[in-house]
Design a protein around this ligand. Structure first.
Ligand SMILES: [Zn+2]
Ligand SMILES: [Zn+2]
Length: 390
């Protein structure tokens, strides 16, 4: 059977490895498991709907018309921050291309020398100095990169995420460098909304009970009991979570670092990212620049697929198992990029200073794709893969 190679253009998100799901042609990016996220949506929308249906009409007439207005404003903020956290790239780091991976392997082998058979090779770690503290960079065997400082591999999304905080099933996404502040604002506004609804539920029951009696009030507004129960249990967890993240922000620390005790005294390493000033730490985490996504999900790439004489493409080409992305570089230089890692990407930086010098503009949704080192160039790589298929 004769086959003809057809080159077609596809969006890069279609070929990204990892276990994320994409909607709206790559604009929306989430984790694969979304069941708990739908539960979050249901609880928030359901509780607010009950509040608007049962309490707001009475409170607006008997207390103040501002009560439902504030509730609507808070609700809109909660939903906006939730969707912004859930639907955005948390800061996924691209995997190494096969050529880059083999180059890094070669570097590691050269550094370790010949390890006698039967002996364990030394751990793949690089030490870098950040603000006079030695920080270890670990090698990710899945992404084939030395992770930048503070990055970690999320086993659920199967990606390395920059400034990884934690994977949150409630928002259906990882929480990392690019969506942490929205996650925090979501927990903060949700705490306020929960307290608000809980308080006015109690006020409503008390006011009505004076006129009609307690039992008659509950009979007339059956949603109130449900709302009070949901708010009561949400209150402890969400307010507690907000308090915990406020503490972490004041120290410029992530949940992952807190759990691992990365900066606890026993390691004799102080947090090199902390400004030793609560206000400065809060400003950096909450008001610092927003970083562009380095995935370039909506960028175009070429894909070769063979079409046979009968017009059918083999199933393996229709659903290829993506091993590595051909879209981006393994080590994206950022402010944390250590000097030791720079040599492997320095060549590219010299050739394309714009990638390092251009500071990301706030709120940039679709930034230009990062300039890549020669080995990582999408064109070069595409050519190589095309050559291989021939
Ligand atoms: Zn990884
Ligand atoms: Zn994740």
């Amino acid at each position: 059977m004769s086959a003809v190679m057809i080159t077609r253009k596809v969006r890069k998100w279609e070929k990204l490895p990892g276990k994320n799901t994409f909607c709206c042609d790559g604009r929306v990016m989430m984790a694969r498991q979304k069941g708990v996220f739908y539960l979050t949506l249901f609880l928030i929308v359901g509780t607010c709907s009950l509040f608007f249906a049962f309490e707001c009409p009475y409170l607006a007439v008997h207390l103040s018309p501002a009560i439902p207005v504030f509730a609507i404003i808070l609700f809109l903020f909660v939903m906006a921050f939730l969707l912004r956290t859930s639907f955005s790239d948390p800061g996924v780091l691209p995997r190494a291309l096969p050529e880059e991976a083999s180059f890094i392997e070669m570097e590691i082998e050269a550094a370790n020398g010949n390890v006698p058979a039967g002996q364990r090779p030394p751990p793949r770690i690089r030490n870098v100095q950040i603000n006079n503290q030695i920080v270890k960079l670990k090698y990710c065997y899945t992404c084939k990169i030395f992770r930048p400082p503070r990055a970690s591999h999320c086993s659920i999304c199967d990606n390395c995420v920059d400034r990884f905080d934690h994977h949150c099933p409630w928002v259906g996404n990882c929480v990392g460098k690019r969506n942490y502040r929205y996650f925090y604002l979501f927990t903060l506004t949700l705490s306020l909304l929960t307290i608000y609804i809980f308080t006015f539920n109690i006020v409503h029951v008390v006011m009505r009970s004076v006129d009609q009696g307690f039992l008659n009030t509950l009979k007339e507004t059956p949603g109130t009991v449900l709302e009070v129960l949901v708010c009561f249990f949400t209150l402890w967890s969400v307010v507690g979570l907000t308090g915990f993240h406020t503490y972490l922000i004041s120290l410029n620390q992530t949940t992952n670092e807190d759990i691992k005790g990365s900066w606890s005294g026993k390691n004799r390493i102080q947090n090199p990212y902390s400004h030793k000033n609560i206000i400065k730490n809060c400003c950096e985490v909450l008001c610092g620049p927003t970083y562009p996504s380095v995935l370039d999900r909506r960028g175009m790439m070429q894909e070769d697929s063979p079409v046979f004489a009968n017009g059918e493409a083999p199933s393996s080409f229709n659903n290829p198992i993506p091993q590595t992305t051909k879209t981006t570089a393994p080590l994206i230089p950022n402010e944390h990029t250590p000097e030791e890692v720079k040599p492997s990407i320095a060549f590219a930086s010299e050739k394309s200073p714009s990638s390092r010098e251009k500071s990301p503009s706030p709120k940039e949704e679709h930034p230009p794709s990062p300039k890549l080192p020669p080995l990582a160039s999408p064109e070069t790589d595409a050519e190589t893969s095309i050559a291989k298929t021939h």
